[in-house]
Write a protein that binds this ligand. Structure first.
Ligand SMILES: Cc1cc2nc3c(=O)[nH]c(=O)nc-3n(C[C@H](O)[C@H](O)[C@H](O)COP(=O)(O)OP(=O)(O)OC[C@H]3O[C@@H](n4cnc5c(N)ncnc54)[C@H](O)[C@@H]3O)c2cc1C
Length: 396
């Protein structure tokens, strides 16, 4: 560890590692400090879909262009991490699907109707529900390889990757960032980028930043079940499940998109109590053809992300876009930035924006395809095979 860095990035998820990887292309001293192992947060606990933006057509059309643009850049930046370019089935009531179809046409997203028999082969959709399914093409990324690739780039370019070290607060004196406080003492830096997902709220509160009030961390119930699916299936009605085959193989990930979610704080992940997963398990048992997925032995983790608030109290809405907050603009602190990507796709944009701002250099959206990093060099730093481990990591 150096005495002083130009940049400290807090958090080793997709946002932190992309930010550090871009900074490492400059002639600067960079450290990334991760409380657990790299990739132990939401990035390796999600569906792994590099969204085209199709999902957002109705409720968040402003996000679509960013997603579409970044999807191409993802493929170019991380070709070895893309596990599939696959059909993704979006399903909903016929009226909903008509609305989406019109919007997808408007935004240039290719889509095609799926034959009912293909859907019925997988799902036992109750007859009472009129259902229509449309396919779009989405990228599936192996999030473990993605984290490994990014970490290898950082290490090869001289970033100090410090794992197992929790940042408790940002140290600021006279409105200027001095570094971060950890259990082993102060690590000094001229600039700090806070990219620690669900931990962001905690770190900013301890640092007495007013930005903390604008953040919310919400829990999306995410479960992993033994089973196979030929493609991702996303329900577009409120509370309908979203399903995706995991890159690990033999595992299906399920969550309730847009369903009731509660706000959470605290550790990055812990097993979710069975009482909270009952509804999702019941829905899957009802919807999926028996034998496809073993709905009796699912494992649920807190899988959560922190987002920038768009309102107050009941008005607060989830924000799938990305946010890059310059604390100088908001509270007069020099050298402090908070980075919140709504999606992995959008982390490309967020890291581009923050690094362009702090270095004054134009950043392309894509990261260089070729780099000198070797995955074997970072093997011990990366959280391994998360969905097959199925073990408690940190107690509630
Ligand atoms: C259920 C669910 C499904 C999703 N599905 C998709 C999807 O299919 N496609 C998609 O693009 N996005 C998806 N997302 C969103 C996506 O996962 C997140 O936007 C993205 O992974 C957030 O990355 P991050 O780097 O900000 O946070 P994280 O990946 O959570 O990384 C934060 C890191 O900071 C570390 N940390 C926390 N506190 C501290 C501290 N005090 N000191 C040091 N380190 C700390 C954590 O250990 C962690 O490694 C999904 C999210 C959820 C919840």
């Amino acid at each position: 560890m150096a005495d002083r860095y130009d940049f400290i990035v807090v958090g080793g998820g997709v946002a932190g590692l992309m930010t550090a990887a871009r900074l490492s292309e400059q002639d600067t001293a960079v450290a990334l400090i991760e409380g657990n192992l790299l990739g132990s947060g939401a990035t390796t606990r999600n569906h792994g879909i590099v969204h085209s933006g199709a999902l957002y057509a109705r409720w968040h059309p402003e996000v679509m262009a960013s997603c579409m643009q970044a999807q191409g850049a993802y493929g170019a930046s991380f070709p070895k991490c893309i596990s599939d370019i696959e059909m993704c089935w979006y399903m909903g009531k016929p009226e909903t699907m008509r609305q989406y179809g019109t919007l997808w046409d408007k935004y240039g997203i290719d889509h095609g109707e799926v034959n009912t028999w293909q859907v019925r082969e997988l799902l036992t959709v109750p007859d009472s529900i009129a259902l229509q399914t449309t396919a779009t093409r989405e990228l599936l990324v192996d999030t473990h390889s993605l984290i490994t690739d990014l970490a290898a780039r950082c290490l090869a370019n001289g970033v100090d990757l410090i794992v197992g070290t929790r940042v408790s607060r940002i140290v600021v004196a006279d409105h200027v960032v001095r570094g971060v406080e950890t259990a082993t003492g102060l690590v000094q830096a001229a600039n700090v980028m806070v990219c620690n997902g669900i931990g962001t709220l905690d770190v900013l509160e301890r640092s007495k930043s007013m930005i903390a009030e604008e953040l919310r961390s919400r829990l999306e119930i995410m479960m992993a079940f033994p089973g196979e699916l030929p493609c991702s299936i996303i329900g577009l009605e409120f509370g309908w499940p979203a399903l995706a085959p995991s890159a690990a193989g033999g595992v299906v990930l399920a969550s309730r998109y847009g369903a009731r979610q509660r706000f959470v704080r605290g550790p990055a992940r812990w097993p979710v109590p069975a009482t909270e997963t009952t509804e999702l398990t019941r829905e899957l048992t009802e919807w999926l053809r028996p034998g496809l997925v073993d709905c009796t032995s699912g494992v649920a983790w807190v899988c959560s992300k922190t987002e920038h608030a768009r309102g107050t109290g009941d008005q607060w809405g989830t924000e799938p876009n990305y946010a890059v907050i310059n604390h100088y603009d908001r509270e007069g602190i020099t050298g402090l930035w908070t980075v919140l990507p709504g999606k992995m796709t959008l982390a490309l944009h967020a890291s581009r924006v923050v690094v362009a701002a702090v270095t004054g250099t134009e950043q392309p959206l894509a990261l260089p395809t070729e780099h000198g990093g070797r995955p074997s060099d970072v093997f011990d730093l990366v959280d391994a095979a998360p969905w097959t481990a199925h073990q408690e990591v940190s107690p509630r």
